[in-house]
Design a protein around this ligand. Structure first.
Ligand code: IZC
Ligand code: ZN
Length: 417
């Protein structure tokens, strides 16, 4: 099966650099005009000027009519699998009750933990499939999924099994992360170390069964300290996991520095990272995964200092942080607008942040985030004339067609799962 996309107005291949793209390099974004891409057997076989490829034999020829074409978007931070929802907490938020206070009162994450424990594996599966469909409709072709709403052995395993099963059954690729250390449950109120021990005891089984690639922890005031996080993640590394941290989201505890110290693949949030944290990040290979949707949704003012990070030389990715509490959206395009408007990222930086760098943040740099001969054909045709248009025209879906591994997954008209 061969598909030719021709008459592409602007093609972003995102293939200027090998490896993650850092600092000022994030502004060097080649744009190929009047190009074409040939897809054969799910892979990209040719990329070149439309005039040269237009006569290639193909089963299907798609006239892109001057539209923008980019790699499929990579979403490196979601809490995909969960039971219930938390719309009842919106009124509390409106009254100004802080996120961490809602959690302290047994709500927030703990409310979703109760709902997830009560939801059957089959219902969690259906719900996750629904959200994956919606992510696909926004142009996402690879997605990371965290557990962390079980925080007991049985429910964490249930969540991880669901993440792996939807990854097999849905066309989107799902990269699984174990976030057993997401909050402190009632049982462990006076003994957070006990919870961490229980979760760490699961590492060998999770590794053996291939249920997760990464281990993550919520390093935050009232949740896990830097010391506890260091010990826990070191154990994860000893068991062969790559690690990530929810770091410096609300209180500046030094999670950014810890992410660098541990050689974490990514430090996520970093909204209140200090000068020292930013400098260390810039001198490391740890990727800063910034989540401006969360700051917006929590009604806070401290968006991550993306400009300082990039100017210091850090590698930056962005993500929805899709979850039922602090960022309830699958719309990565809205996040691209927030990155532009609230973190003053340039359109060029934003495109690297949702493709190549996001792929590296979940160890998929070699397979996702680029349009390159030989790679899986994860491609989006946009109803837009150029790449700057997507963050500019905010809050709506600009996707025309999504291809996953060469198959048409979604068009404006609906899903083709
Ligand atoms: O369910 O509130 N920050 N974890 C850490 C979250 C937000 C997700 C949630
Ligand atoms: Zn998160």
């Amino acid at each position: 099966m061969a598909t030719l996309l021709y008459n592409i107005g602007q093609l972003l291949t995102m293939d200027q650099y090998d490896g993650q793209v850092r600092g000022k390099d994030m502004n060097n974004l080649p744009v190929y005009e009047n190009y074409a891409v040939l897809i054969e057997d799910g892979k990209i076989s040719k990329v070149g000027p439309s005039s040269q490829l237009e006569n290639e034999p193909a089963d299907e020829k798609v006239d892109c009519e001057g539209r923008l074409v980019t790699p499929g978007i990579v979403e490196p931070h979601t809490h995909l699998v969960f039971g219930g929802s938390r719309e009842h907490e919106m009124a509390l938020k409106q009254q100004g009750v802080p996120y961490l206070d809602i959690l302290k009162q047994g709500g927030g994450i703990l409310s979703t933990v109760r709902a997830t424990r009560e939801t059957s594996e089959q219902d969690l599966y259906k719900k996750a499939m629904f959200h994956l469909d919606r992510m696909a409709s926004y142009g996402i072709t690879t997605v990371e999924a965290k557990s962390g709403y079980g925080m007991d052995r049985e429910t964490e395993l249930k969540q991880l099994r669901v993440a792996n099963q939807v990854g097999k059954d849905h066309p989107l690729e799902v990269v699984s992360t174990f976030l057993g250390a997401h909050a402190i449950t009632e049982d462990y109120k006076d003994n957070p170390e006990g919870l961490l021990d229980e979760m760490a005891a699961m590492f060998p089984q999770i590794k053996e069964e291939g249920l997760a690639e990464f281990v993550d922890i919520f390093t935050e005031k009232g949740v896990f300290t830097v010391e506890q996080s260091r010990r826990y993640l070191n154990k994860a590394k000893e068991c062969g996991f790559d690690v990530k941290l929810h770091a410096d989201e609300i209180e500046p505890l030094g999670g950014t520095q810890l992410a660098v110290e541990l050689g974490a693949r990514s430090g996520d949030h970093l909204a209140v990272a200090t000068d020292e944290g930013i400098e260390q990040l810039a001198n490391s290979d740890t990727i800063g995964v910034l989540l401006p949707g969360t700051i917006f949704y929590l009604g806070k003012g401290d968006f991550a200092r993306a400009r300082d990070m990039i100017e210091a030389g850090a590698t930056v990715a962005i993500s929805t942080d899709f979850n039922p509490g602090s960022s309830v959206t699958e719309n990565i395009q809205l996040i691209m607008s927030l990155a532009a408007l609230k973190m003053r990222m340039t359109p060029e930086e934003i495109w690297y942040a949702v493709t190549t760098n996001a792929a590296h943040a979940i160890n998929r740099g070699d397979v996702a985030g680029k349009i390159k001969e030989g790679r899986q054909a994860d491609i989006v045709i946009w109803d837009a004339p150029n790449y700057k248009y997507i963050p500019y025209h905010y809050g709506v879906n600009h996707v025309n067609t999504v291809f996953k591994a060469g198959k048409k997954l979604y068009t404006r008209g609906g899903l083709h799962v």
